[in-house]
Ligand binder design. Structure first.
Ligand SMILES: O=C(CO)COP(=O)(O)O
Length: 248
């Protein structure tokens, strides 16, 4: 049985006082729901997570990292720095990074490799745009994005990856993928991993992201290949985030 995982992606939101309120609200409402839970926060707030979450069941992580270990890379943050602040997860290749920062699948794969080398769990994000879906390219796009990572990561590390399917047309739009559409994509992704290593594919956590809310989470997470959620907007309110975790 794969354990469910719910990760909140705060994107570029938050401030110290608001974060404290949100994190303490999450901690106060968490019971043993049988799911793992984490927040991926803007890098400046990793220290705050370390201070406020360290004795809680909530893990924390970052939204991006550099492929470089150290050196003259102004503005970048290394995997080792994230580890220094207790991060466990790091998003790699979120669609907003791919779209606004022109991150290629090859770069995303290198980021996953850098994360793994430092002991972080990369959450590799894949997803098609509406245009690509309407052109019948969903499978080639999402499996191509995943394949770059499968090709780059050492066989021993494959089992340490988390994948997130986030259809771009469902992110922040209120248009959730139907459970059937999401399940179909998740099954394709799992089958692609299975071509490389079937036992790893069977154990891999594949999360859904895109307008997941307390009222649609249950049906999505009931699908056989959906192992949790990567939550944007609904992760910014403790009640909504807890509602999604509870849906597990
Ligand atoms: O991009 C997302 C999480 O990474 C999803 O965002 P929303 O939940 O706001 O649609």
């Amino acid at each position: 049985m794969r354990r469910k995982l719910v990760i909140g992606n705060w994107k570029m939101n938050g401030n110290r006082a608001g974060n404290t309120a949100l994190l303490s609200g999450i901690i106060a409402g968490l019971n043993d729901f049988g799911a793992d839970c984490a927040v991926c926060v803007p890098a400046p707030y990793l220290a705050q997570c370390q201070a406020e979450l360290q004795d809680s069941p909530v893990a924390w992580g970052a939204q991006d990292l550099s492929v470089h270990a150290a050196g003259a890379y102004t503005g970048e943050v290394s995997a080792a720095m994230l580890v220094d602040f207790g991060a466990r997860y790091v998003l790699c290749g979120h669609s907003e990074r791919r779209a606004y920062h022109k991150e290629s699948s090859e770069l995303v794969a290198q980021k996953a490799v850098a994360a793994l080398a430092a002991g972080l769990t990369p959450v590799v994000c894949v997803g098609e745009t509406l245009e690509q879906r309407e052109a019948g390219e969903t499978e080639s796009v999402i499996c191509g994005q995943l394949q770059a990572v499968l090709d780059a990561v050492a066989a021993d590390d494959l089992a340490k990856i988390v994948v997130a399917y986030e259809p771009v047309w469902a992110i922040g739009t209120g248009k959730t993928a139907t459970p059937q559409i999401a399940q179909e994509a998740h099954a394709l992704l799992r089958a692609r991993v299975a071509q490389k290593n079937a036992p790893v594919a069977a154990g891999m956590q594949i999360l859904y992201g895109g307008s997941m809310k307390p009222d649609n989470a249950k049906e999505l997470m009931a699908q056989p290949d959906i192992d949790g959620g990567l939550i944007g907007g609904a992760a910014l309110k403790a009640a909504d985030f807890l509602g999604i975790i509870q849906a597990v």
